[in-house]
Structure formats: structure tokens, C-alpha cells
Design a binder for this molecule. Sequence first.
Ligand code: UTP
Length: 479
Amino acid sequence: MSAATPSALLDQFRQAGQGQVFAFWERLSPAEQTELAAEAREVDLAEVARLTRTLLGSSGAGGPDLADLEPAPFVPRPESGGDAGAWARARAAGEAALRAGQVAAFTVAGGQGTRLGYDGPKGTFGVTPVRGKPLFQVFAEKILAAGQRHGRPLHWFVMTSHANHAATEAFFAERRWFGLDRARVHFFRQGRMPAVDFAGRILLETPGRLALSPDGHGGSLRALARSGALDLMAAEGVDTLSYFQVDNPLVRCVDPAFIGWHRLRGSEMSSKMVPKAYPGEKVGHFCRQRGRDVVIEYSDLPAERQQEVDASGRLRFLAGNVAIHLLDREFIRRMAGAGASPETALPFHRADKKIPTVDAAGAPVRPERPNGVKFELFVFDALPFARQPVVIEASRADEFSPVKNATGVDSPETCRQDQLRQYARWLRAAGVTVPADATGLPAFPFEVSPRFGDDEASFAASWSARGPQSPLAAGDCLD
Ligand code: UTP
């Protein structure tokens, strides 16, 4: 197609009622025309029409089906009454899978990170208490350590967005892939969706560009398939993908016990839960509905249900989703190829947003109220489609402290403190007391590299190998 006459494309858009996309075509330079045409080709017009019908029409406001909702069963940790022997067997099975190279790490890093307000890919944001190591480095060191511990280097897949792909790759290259084998670090872009106005008309961000945004973390399933990541996994004998978000430096990037539960139970998708800290905590809830596991967002579960307690006084809907999953490779393939049928595919969600756009003359408009809708896929929506889903309990203090906001809850400061508390717990378990306040927060900052220890056991091993030393002081780093 020549850039000057995208007639077939134009016709398709006009016939779909989306001719406004080319309203300023004549004014664009040839390069801008080429770019706009390329963006337009990314759009699945039939999908946009379907979403307009289902999510923007009157039926779209209904929210999820809440009938027959029960709490999902989960495997409690030994510390909460779980079967220690079964956990030990799971751990052994997971370690065997890691030694056999059957597991890869997977970070979803395509989000826009608007709440943090940091200018750059979120994974490049510094989080550790002394060195300020970026999130990507923390994960890299954990993945390196796990590979060394199990005698088998891991593959690591990183999903980026169009907006941050080049910067992410450049960051890894500048830092020499943090010591990982670069042939085992794989970057791929997630898909984009056009934003629409409330009538379903695709919005322009500028006269020559569509208002496109990442298609949500659930877009990772189709992006894994499209990018060839699944084929690479198959060729390398990897059948389990360990999924985590870019914002949580406490995550166990590959957790042997979790992997073991997943594999021994023949699960296609497993998840970690933490008990909710209080009834109205803003997390998704693992629920069971007519024999299938589902996640119901806090905003969708009525307040009275969030407060229900069982006979022992414990919250009934206790299991909070912390976005840590294991996914079976062929399950991802099945979900990615499932097509548009709501019976088999991930559903899109609607988010009403203030979307920068242009007016009829092409002048910029910066809306003060939501003027349109973005469509997003959520990875946890794959859960009801999975065979034998497993949910296991995780320790919040040890595994979950995301950096979401610039200040306040889930911010760099709370995350920094949670890392320090974790180091102090590991030291106490190794017989060393560090001065700390009532919340366990040490009186001075120090840092433990994941290569030194990334859980209590690996920390204890390195600590005792280190032998007698002078006491820890402010600013010390155990590497
Ligand atoms: P969040 O829900 O925190 O969204 O993403 P976000 O876009 O990063 O941040 P805000 O809401 O704008 O502040 C949770 C995880 O899912 C990834 C993010 O990178 C993060 O790891 N994600 C989210 C994607 O990879 N793609 C998306 O389209 C959305």
C-alpha cells in the first residue's frame, strides 16, 4: 500500500464507522502517514466493535457474576497449620524441576506506572535500602542465584510495552545483563489496544497518531505466543513459567515449593495468596464459583461479603491475590489461541480514563474528566479456564511489598522498610540481633544482596560461611 493512498485501509475504517481516524490524513507528512497507517493496521476492528457492543452498551455496566461465590480453597503454610511433610515434598519436586531446567522466570513490565510517576521503565527504578539497586537488578540477582543453586541457568522472559521496550533493552545492555547469560534474557513487546470515546469511536492522540495503550497484563498470554517465547520454551524443555510483576522486589522469582505444588497437583495455573490484612484491603479475592476458581476484585465484592467471618471468626474471603502465578506452557498456548469467544478467551475490562486527544480542528485536548475508555486484559481471568488450579499461602512479610505509589501505602519508603525488616528477620534467625523498633524495622540501613541470600535458609548458609566479623554497621552491604 502506498502511504499516499491507503484506500483499502480507509475503506475498512469508514465501513466500521471509524473514518475519523484518518480525518487529518491530508495534513500529515509522508512519514506521519506511514506511521498512522501502521498503527491503524494494528487495530482489530472486529474486536473494537465487539467490545463497544458488550462493554460500552447498556449490558456493559453489570460487573461480574457474583452468584454461588464461595472462598477458594488454598494450601496453608506449615506455620498456619499446613502439612509440613507435604510442603517438603513439594519443595523437593520443585527443586528437581529447576535442576532439570523445566522452569523459566517471567516478568510483566509493560505497565505505564502512572501512580509512581517515575520517568522511565519501572524496572529501572532504584529500590534497595543502601545501593538503590533497580528492580530489574534485584530480580536478575535472584534468578542468577537460583540458577547457580540448582546447577541450571534459567531463561528469563521480560514483557515490555511499545513505550518502554527500547529503554528496557538498553538498560540491560548498559549493565551487561547483570551477569546473566544474555542469550537467556528475552524481551518482547505486549500488544496495544486503541482507546475509544463513549460511543466506541477510536480516539486520536495527535492528528497523526492513535490513542493506543498496553492491553493489560493479561495481554501477556497472547504476547508470549505471538513473540515465539512459547516455542522457545518448548525447544528448551521449559514447561512452567513463573510469572511476577515488575514492582515487587520481595518476590521469589522461582520458588521451589510453589513449583512443586503446581507440578505435583497437575495444575495448569497456580497462584499465591496472602491473608488479607483487613476486610476492605484493596486486593482481588480468590473465590470458587460453580467448581471453577475466579478472582473477584475488591471493587466488585460487596462490602458486607468482604467482612463475612467463619465460625472461628476468621474472614471468609481471606485469600488476597498478590499477582504471583505459575503457568503451564501449553495452557498459555491454549488461552492465546482461544479466539474471541467469551466462553474460551480472557474477557476485556473497561477502564474509564482521561485520554489526551484532539478536537475537530486537530488541536490538543487534555480532558479534566474521563472522556473515553481503555480496554485491558487481566492475567487472573485465565484462572477459571485452568485445570486443577492450586492456590498456596505465602507470607506477606517475606514475599510482597510492591512499589505502586510515590508516597504512602505501597511506596518506595514502605518497600524499603519491608526489605530492611526481612534482612533483620534473617539475621535474627541466624542468631544475630540488630537493634530494631517494635515493627522489626532496624535502627540503621544495610543491605543483603540476593546473591548472598534470598531467603532465610540461603542467608543462614552464607552467614555461617562468612565466619566471625565485626558487627553490622549502617550502610553495610552483604554481597
Ligand atoms: P499495575 O496494575 O500496577 O499497572 O500493573 P501499571 O500500569 O504498572 O501502573 P499504574 O496503574 O499506571 O500506576 C501490575 C503489573 O502488570 C504490568 C505492570 O508492569 C506491573 O508489573 N502490566 C500492567 C503490564 O505488563 N502491562 C499492562 O498493560 C499493564
